[in-house]
Design a protein. Structure first.
Length: 115
């Protein structure tokens, strides 16, 4: 399952960004049942789960983003979205999307939040 994240950028604290994760080379019969997650890694820190969503729509959020971030999926478009609201400087990181069945990490998209 090849996933491509995009939508990162620079935003002020309190602002919002929407990340997208696309799977253009994956057929829907593989994409639709897959559990896909957003992860992030800040400089000098370990990679952590931000949120994931199963094929049936069950969602799990990391404690640090609960109430601020919303994960969703659009199976027909083979997309996973991460709406990030009330961003904080500590949300600054490289963000990755990955299927639970993957064993490698692809390219991330950078999010920088200024205070």
């Amino acid at each position: 399952l090849h996933l491509q994240p995009f939508g990162g950028g620079l935003v002020q604290a309190g602002g919002s960004l929407r990340l997208s994760c696309a799977a253009p080379r994956t057929i829907t019969s593989v994409f639709n049942p897959s559990t896909i997650g957003w992860y992030r890694q800040a400089p000098g820190k370990e990679r952590e789960l931000v949120a994931d969503i199963t094929g049936s729509g069950v969602i799990n959020y990391g404690d640090s983003v609960k109430g601020r971030f919303i994960i969703s999926r659009h199976n027909a478009r083979k997309r996973i979205f991460l709406q990030m609201n009330n961003l904080k400087p500590e949300d600054t990181a490289d963000y990755y999307c990955r299927s639970s069945s993957s064993h490698s990490w692809g390219q991330g998209t950078q999010v920088s939040v200024s205070s």
